[in-house]
Design a protein around this ligand. Sequence first.
Ligand code: SF4
Length: 436
Amino acid sequence: MKIYLDTIGCRLNQAEIETMARQFRAAGHEIVATADQADLAVINTCTVTSQAASDSRGKIRAAARRGAGEIAVTGCWATLEPQSAAALPGVSRVVPNLRKDFLVADVLDLQPSTFDPSRTSGRRLEPLPREPLPGLHQRTRSFIKVQDGCDNHCTYCITAIARGAARSQPIPDVLADVRAALAGGTKEVVLTGVHLGSWGQDLNLHLRDLLATILKETDTPRLRLSSLEPWDLDADFFTLWQDARLCRHLHLPLQSGSAGVLRRMARKTTPEAYAALLAAARAAIPDVAITTDVIAGFPGETEAEFTETLDFVRQMNFSGGHVFTYSARPGTAAARMGGQIPHEVRKERNAVLRAAFAESERTYQQKFLGKIMSVLWESTDQLNDAGWQMEGLTDNYLRVTAVTPGARWNQIDSVKLVALAGEPGDSHLQGDCHLE
Ligand code: SF4
């Protein structure tokens, strides 16, 4: 069969379609770049905001319009609205999140454990080396799912509702995925989950045990972590960064800088505890990049509370941040709260926060002008007389562009950072890449 895989939303969704690709290939099927070539399209949906849910429906309709033979829909939107998903054109199968790891086996009518790396008897298909997905989702970096679900109940969060209870991938399975990625030529492994920092709580282990094992048992050139909830970490955790392969980038969602709003969000942190954690990280990891997420316009957020958040964001000197305009998600406690903020006010607060992040991001980028940094080239978007226009990331998440004599996709080069380019909020560093 020709299979088209598409996803929207988080890195976990991306990691899941990469695993599906390996499983379909291991079973002898072909992954194609567009839906019009496909016998089957699999769409991994999202519902973190109402816009994401709408975009998910758009991708399903697009696959049907382009003539995909049949469409299997999975992911958070499909899990929470299965009837609506099943009613969309071309949809022949709706697979809830709790069944997603077995989607390929179910579609191919194979034993669920066929792709289980720890299985010792019966028919088992080896996970093939990772190959980048054809088409839009082609990436050099490998997203590896190590955890799913969440046991917290942040009042705005629909993800925990859609993904179920927290559960960890056992270490042997994670090592098998990391090795398959390395066998496929990956230079950077990105660990991802719904609540990554809770990895191991169901195994009497801690995330630090998993990181230490991956660093000891594999030769991954770069190991990066996705979003981490601040309350899962302590100062000791940062000693792991004595290993230079761990990328100096921590994404620690703050959501609000106001103690009152954090309480109404049921977040297990305070501005003081958060600030202390950042100080510990900065003391342990030189030049560490710290990025975050903030929600603008949470129900009941007063002008004073918003000002607390803005002041706190400025004090923390983040190297970047995502700002989400609060979006009431059906089924969450926050959606039932009083004091819903008018959309215009939420948008205004979003814009003010984005400007603050753009400023601190630029300040962080300027620290590296004149320095020589290692860059993993991720993409190229044109070839001109001067050479190839490459774009990539340093370990501390600086976006760098440079012109190289040859296409350097998926290579790590030493690059001198010579200029800051782009507008605030979308700026990057220009590099000078002298290849021997
Ligand atoms: S910890 Fe993260 S995934 Fe869990 S409920 Fe809170 S926001 Fe959602």
